[in-house]
Design a protein. Structure first.
Length: 396
């Protein structure tokens, strides 16, 4: 009987509980629940052997140790009850006997086994504690790093729920909107333009349902009442962790201030319209002489369409009626004084020659280096303007 039970206990039983955990919907919980079955069986073994002190201590004690490590105090209580139930069940089946004494050899082996088992379990717990401690330290450093980024970033970073209520707002939000506008559970778009606020709430709900990020423009009134424009991106937080078909409960908002960019775009648009509306021909090149843009008057005067000249070196558009030395002298004057004006000969695309008045001005960047050249010219009937004949590169 003893050998049969040993084979069942240590050869068959481990396979059964392994398969049970393997095919369970919750493998970890199944493994922990198996500990209670272990405790019951080891309690039955203690009763079968007659409750020898050292053997029972090892069997029941190991079961309690496993349970308290994996299930805490409640697990230890349940393991104790399971061991007691196993012992009682065997007593009802095979009868009770009490033989507490063991030989010196068995006692020595039990003490040695208990020391080895406790040491192994302690070492495993020690390694797990070290890993948890290292993971905690790494997580703390990561949180500190991301907190510093969020606290010092100029962009507005926030986390909201699907109903657009604040879950988190970066300090940059508080600096822009004020602390009274950023609080847990408050409306994240209370300071937004009504039309934009409605669109933003709709975007948050859509991202919550679909998990696909969206971008939109948002106008916000800052703490001083000024309206600023932001480009906002809405995306789900850790979308892969959310089960399919379920809405995402945390949405990340990242907003970048584009007010100055929008104003610059508007100024550029106005400048572009003004450039096209001018009657003088205008050609703008980069510092190396590559043509960047021309206006409509340029095409009318020269016959060259915009696509004919964009990206070409300005040297290729010179008519050849003036020598290279003339142009070298002109640009030396521009570099020295910042501009040159005078008359010169021009040639249209069809080969017709005309007299033009031309102004060349250098545009410099913040460091004082030339970044662009702006050339303005128009056709004149007289051979010169302001005393310059175009035969020399002296400015008027």
């Amino acid at each position: 009987m003893a050998w049969t039970l040993l084979v069942v206990q240590f050869a068959v039983y481990p396979q059964l509980v392994y398969w049970r955990a393997l095919y369970s919907d919750h493998p970890n919980a199944a493994e922990r629940n198996n500990l209670y079955l272990d405790a019951a069986l080891l309690g039955a073994w203690s009763a079968y052997l007659g409750f020898p002190v050292w053997i029972s201590y090892n069997l029941v004690g190991s079961a309690l140790l496993n349970a308290v490590i994996n299930r805490g105090g409640v697990g230890m209580i349940w393991a104790t009850l399971c061991s007691l139930a196993g012992a009682i069940l065997w007593g009802l089946i095979g009868g009770f006997s009490f033989q507490p004494q063991t030989s010196e050899l068995v006692t020595t082996l039990c003490v040695l086994g208990a020391m080895i088992y406790v040491s192994v379990v302690g070492y495993v717990v020690f390694k797990q504690t070290r890993r948890l401690s290292a993971a905690r330290d790494a997580l703390g450093k990561s949180e500190e790093r991301y907190r510093l980024i969020a606290e010092n970033a100029a962009d507005l970073i926030a986390m909201v729920d699907p109903e657009s209520h604040w879950l988190y707002g970066s300090p940059s939000y508080e600096r822009v909107l004020g602390q009274d506008a950023v609080f847990l559970g408050g409306d994240a778009f209370s300071r937004a333009h009504p039309d934009d606020a409605q669109a933003a709430r709709y975007a948050v709900r859509r991202v919550s349902v679909t998990g696909k990020a969206r971008e939109l423009l948002l106008r916000l009134a800052d703490r001083e009442g000024r309206v600023r424009q932001y480009k906002m991106r809405v995306q789900a937080v850790d979308p892969e962790a959310t089960p399919a078909g379920q809405p995402h409960d945390r949405l990340l908002l990242a907003s970048h201030d584009v007010t100055d960019l929008k104003e610059s775009e508007e100024r550029l648009l106005v400048a572009a319209h003004a450039l096209e509306g001018m009657t003088e021909a205008i050609l703008i090149t980069s510092a190396d002489g590559t043509v960047l843009t021309v206006n409509h008057a340029y095409s009318q005067l020269t016959g060259y369409a915009r696509d004919d000249v964009l990206g070409r070196p300005e040297r290729e558009l010179r008519n050849g009626l003036q020598s290279n030395e003339f142009y070298d002298e002109v640009f030396l004057t521009v570099l020295r004084k910042g501009f040159w004006t005078g008359t010169a000969w021009g040639r249209r695309k069809n080969g017709a020659v005309y007299r033009e008045w031309r102004s060349i001005r250098a545009v410099k960047d913040m460091n004082g280096a030339v970044s662009h050249y702006v050339m303005v010219f128009f056709e004149v009937e007289s051979p010169g303007r302001n005393g310059s004949t175009g035969d020399a590169a002296s400015p008027s």
